[in-house]
Design a protein around this ligand. Structure first.
Ligand SMILES: NC(=O)c1ccc[n+]([C@@H]2O[C@H](COP(=O)([O-])OP(=O)(O)OC[C@H]3O[C@@H](n4cnc5c(N)ncnc54)[C@H](OP(=O)(O)O)[C@@H]3O)[C@@H](O)[C@H]2O)c1
Length: 248
């Protein structure tokens, strides 16, 4: 087991990639604090996994992030890894995206990373090697129709990742993954932003060099590599995992 007794907070654990990542971390022996708003899905995952505690809350609230860290310390006595997956789309062009949705998207996709890192870093630094992995997106590098808040927040999350890597090396490794289209509820929701929503996901799939959507399990395998000692000389970087779509 690659992650035996490592303590990890997983945000966005109630759906899509975060859920698959939580299962993968658990299978490798990690002990988890699971985050999300949906009580039913969070509790179901808590029951399914060994050594997992679910704490429901809104990731845009700094005090909830503090509680996630406190929960890890109370339940397991330490904290080794953050897997940051919570995200929303905030669809709309600059004129028709409401100010509330702009703010909520930036808060969910970017500020929450700052909040959780702020409260977690003092404890991560007590471990031989702390590890932070941000789930960004190819939207950090490439624009998509009607995703201004999403693309801006993802690009900024990569900048924040590099900054934390510089400020906290060598104690902490910090990286970001940049997935392309992965088959989750968020991907199907994003289709609404395109001129032809009915064919948007199929178009994305066809545009990848590998001619398929990513699966949450594809992403989980990369996450397990990046949060384990297998990647012990990797920090401050992005890893694109997108079936080659960034080159098209
Ligand atoms: N799917 C893709 O094609 C793709 C590609 C590149 C990057 N990504 C990124 O990958 C990450 C995971 O996305 P996904 O595709 O797995 O999406 P998803 O299935 O929609 O999951 C999103 C997760 O974020 C949580 N979340 C959203 N707002 C929250 C809030 N205010 N407070 C707490 N939790 C919140 C949701 O939990 P609740 O609903 O329980 O609150 C859910 O667990 C996101 O950051 C996304 O931007 C996705």
């Amino acid at each position: 087991m690659k992650l035996k007794d490592k303590v990890c907070i997983v945000t966005g654990a109630t759906s899509g990639m975060g859920k698959s990542i939580a299962k993968g971390l658990s299978a490798e022996g990690a002990r988890l604090v699971l985050s999300g708003r949906n009580q039913e899905r969070g509790k179901a995952l808590e029951e399914e996994l060994d050594n997992a505690v679910f704490l429901a809350g809104d990731i845009t609230d700094p005090s909830y992030n503090k509680k996630l860290v406190e929960t890890a310390l109370e339940a397991y006595g330490k904290l080794d890894i953050l897997s940051l997956n919570a995200g929303i789309l905030g669809i709309g062009n600059v004129e028709n995206l409401s100010i509330d949705l702009w703010r909520n998207t930036i808060d969910t996709n970017l500020s929450s990373i700052f909040y959780l890192c702020k409260y977690a870093l003092p404890h991560l630094q007590k471990q031989p090697q702390g590890n932070i992995l941000i789930n960004a997106s190819i939207a950090a590098f490439k624009s998509f129709p009607n995703h201004p808040a999403y693309c801006a927040s993802k690009a900024a999350s990569v900048a924040l990742m590099k900054q934390i890597a510089v400020d906290y090396a060598p104690k902490i490794r910090v990286n970001a993954i940049c997935p392309g289209p992965v088959d989750t509820p968020l991907l199907w929701e994003s289709a609404k932003a395109f001129e032809q929503p009915d064919t948007a996901v199929e178009n994305a799939k066809r545009t990848t060099l590998l001619k398929r959507l990513g699966t949450p399990e594809d992403i989980t395998k990369l996450v397990l590599f990046l949060v384990s000692d297998d990647s012990s000389w990797i920090t401050g970087t992005t890893v694109t995992i997108d079936g080659g779509i960034i080159n098209t």
